[in-house]
Design a protein around this ligand. Structure first.
Ligand SMILES: [Zn+2]
Length: 408
């Protein structure tokens, strides 16, 4: 039998795979010895040593304290080098812009945010982004940071290959070439991603699901966003538009959605719709503590107020959240029947309402999923809360370096 000769391209590919396999381990385990890396990956110890040598030369990995465990000669432990470079995250949200610079271990180095007006034209918002990005650049240059990449999270559909924000349904933004605009200022990779997709990745790298390979992140801001992670990688679809679970149609004759269609899932569970229904009930004369909480100005009712009122036994607030729990449960059940993930992570307003309705959501999910699908299911709150998207933008940068290779 003749053994086929591996050509140079194959060798380069194998080297890249081995490097990715080694780096991916550091996502969940802080320090490891060379021997542990070899044992856990099944790679030849000499291959591990060779790749680690390269990664140390590149400042991505560093040697740290001596390993105390085991018999034999103690070896130096290895860890991600926080000084290996920095990442800039930019969150462009409905009513604010947030920027964060972290080191390679996601420790905060610099942070700023600024309010925006939801009605501001998209050109005005981008000017504000550039102004803040220039401030970030001054920090990066004055501290001699090696900028590994810029991650951007936006509340809309993104063509990830070109970094173009195609449409933001709740903001009436269309076709903003975010990567091209930022490329005028940054000479490094720029990753533009939907905010819920970014947040899902942030929970995977630094948050609630570090050891979970298959999960769905659901988050309510104005509408309802979701990010699907399968096998440790974002499920993006052909152009990056996958995961728009909030726009699954539940009722073709339902309420009008921000996307222009009717009866999307987010019109049942998104805060904007919930608040509209609460205001409608109050206008029709229903009694509620919410009146006093906002001094009679119904426009000032926020989703947090509804949660607080429900916790104090208010009937209108409880009815509203029961309805959210029911439809949230139905939608999650549909997603589970489709994707059979291990964990559902609730972020944004859903996280805040969890103490009130999580048990009801779980009950509806159990009643509406097939038995094998719901076994071992966990529905848990997000670890990052209001920081979900901005931490996700940092994860976008690190993901390009630490991502586990897909199975062949
Ligand atoms: Zn919709």
């Amino acid at each position: 039998m003749t053994i086929p000769k591996i050509n140079t391209a194959d060798q380069a590919w194998v080297r890249k795979m081995n490097r990715s396999i080694l780096l991916a381990i550091f996502r969940t385990q802080k320090t490891l010895s060379r021997a542990q890396l070899a044992a856990q990956t099944g790679l030849n110890p000499s291959t591990v040593s060779k790749i680690i040598h390269e990664l140390i030369q590149e400042n991505i990995i560093r040697e740290t304290v001596l390993s105390q465990s085991g018999t034999g000669r103690p070896g130096l432990m290895l860890e991600i080098n926080p000084e290996g470079g920095c990442a800039l995250g930019i969150e462009i949200n409905v009513d604010y812009i947030e920027l964060l610079i972290t080191d390679f271990s996601a420790n905060t180095l610099w942070r700023t945010n600024q309010a925006t007006k939801p009605e501001a034209a998209q050109d005005g918002i981008m000017k504000q982004v550039i102004k803040l990005a220039k401030e970030a650049l001054i920090f990066i240059q004055s501290h001699n940071c090696h900028l590994l990449g810029v991650g951007v999270g936006v509340p809309g559909l993104v063509d990830v290959a070109s970094g173009l924000l195609r449409v933001a349904p709740n903001l009436n933004w269309v076709d903003i070439p975010i990567r091209d605009v930022l490329a005028n200022y940054f000479n490094c990779p720029i990753y533009v991603e939907n905010e819920a997709n970014a947040a899902a990745l942030g929970e995977y790298y630094f948050g609630a699901v570090r050891n979970v390979k298959d999960f769905i992140y659901l988050s309510a801001g104005i509408g309802l966003g979701s990010g699907i992670v399968m096998g440790g990688q974002l499920f993006r679809g052909m152009f990056g538009f996958a995961g728009e679970a909030g726009h699954m149609t539940l009722d073709t004759n339902g309420e009008l959605c921000g996307c222009g269609r009717r009866g999307c899932w987010e019109t049942f569970v998104g805060p904007r719709s919930v608040l509209q229904r609460v205001r409608r009930s109050l206008t029709l004369g229903a009694e509620s503590v919410l009146f006093e909480m906002v001094d009679g100005n119904l426009q000032n009712i926020a989703f947090d107020d509804v949660v607080k009122a429900a916790q104090n036994g208010d009937k209108i607030a409880n009815y509203a959240l029961n309805e959210v729990a029911f439809y949230l449960g139905i939608g999650i059940a549909n997603l589970l029947n489709l994707f059979n993930v291990e964990v559902i992570v609730l972020g944004g307003a859903l996280n805040k309402a969890s103490p009130v309705f999580l048990k009801d959501v779980e009950r509806v999910v159990l009643e509406n999923t097939l038995i094998p699908v719901r076994e071992h299911l966990k529905i848990i709150p997000s670890a990052h809360g209001a920081d979900a998207c901005i931490m996700g933008t940092i994860a976008l940068v690190l993901d390009d370096i630490l991502r586990e290779p897909a199975l062949l």
